[in-house]
Write a protein that binds this ligand. Structure first.
Ligand SMILES: Cc1ncc(COP(=O)(O)OP(=O)(O)O)c(N)n1
Ligand SMILES: Cc1nc(C(=O)O)sc1CCOP(=O)(O)O
Ligand SMILES: [Mg+2]
Length: 201
């Protein structure tokens, strides 16, 4: 499986409606702290927009809702994975991306036969508090040796100046949140990411 090198992560269907039409081909809907009806409505809306624009939607955390809403790709962290029904996910035909932050997590993740492995945080991130120190670029190369041919996603503190480094180190896709969503001009920054990742596509 091949992932687009630009992996946008946002927290609402509104962001997806705003940025996906610009040419984003891989997007994660990562929503926290909403009730089930709201989550379902957001997932449905995001799925509809992505279908129109030929963009792969990945639903974070809510694998049951993703199945019920006809989505085909979920992302889970290690705690999400421990609580999930992996057989139900696979039986429903969903592709699965998994987070990793250390060797033990990598071993657990590989045993689940995922469709991609994410490694983070590569650089310091301001989005959420993390107990892991920044991994750095060498860790990407080490992970790549262990996970290939499964695609490797790099996440955490990425921006257009840093992405050549992560691809040169072996990442297949670069995931980003705040460099775009907190940018003064998210549309222009999205176009910059699309342009900057062109040679890795
Ligand atoms: C591409 C990608 N990588 C890592 C994460 C983090 O997942 P998780 O550890 O479950 O944390 P939350 O995002 O759920 O807070 C991700 N979402 N996407
Ligand atoms: C959601 C998330 N997960 C990470 C991990 O390492 O698992 S880092 C991260 C935040 C990414 O946001 P930004 O691009 O703003 O740094
Ligand atoms: Mg999670």
């Amino acid at each position: 499986m091949k992932l687009d090198p630009f992996y946008l992560i946002v927290d609402s269907a509104a962001w997806i409606e705003r940025l996906v039409p610009l040419g984003v081909k891989l997007v994660q809907l990562r929503i926290k702290d909403r009730d089930e009806d709201e989550l379902r409505a957001e997932i449905r809306r995001a799925n509809d927009v992505c279908a129109v624009h030929g963009c792969q939607l990945i639903v974070n955390d809510y694998w049951r809702l993703a199945i019920e809403e006809g989505c085909d790709f979920v992302h889970l962290g290690q705690e999400d994975l421990a609580a999930a029904d992996l057989l139900a996910i696979k039986y429903a035909g969903l592709k699965l991306g998994l987070s990793t932050h250390d060797h033990a997590e990598l071993e657990t993740a590989m045993a689940a036969e995922p469709d991609y492995i994410a490694l983070g945080p590569i650089y310091p991130t301001t989005l959420k508090k993390m107990k892991w120190a920044p991994q750095g670029l060498e860790r990407i190369s080490e992970w790549k040796c262990q996970v290939a041919p499964i695609p490797l996603v790099a996440i955490g503190g990425l921006n257009p100046e840093r992405i050549d480094g992560v691809f040169e180190a072996g990442a297949d896709s670069a995931a980003v949140v705040t460099d775009i969503t907190l940018n003064a001009d998210p549309e222009a920054r999205t176009r910059e990411w699309i342009e900057k990742t062109k040679k890795w596509r």
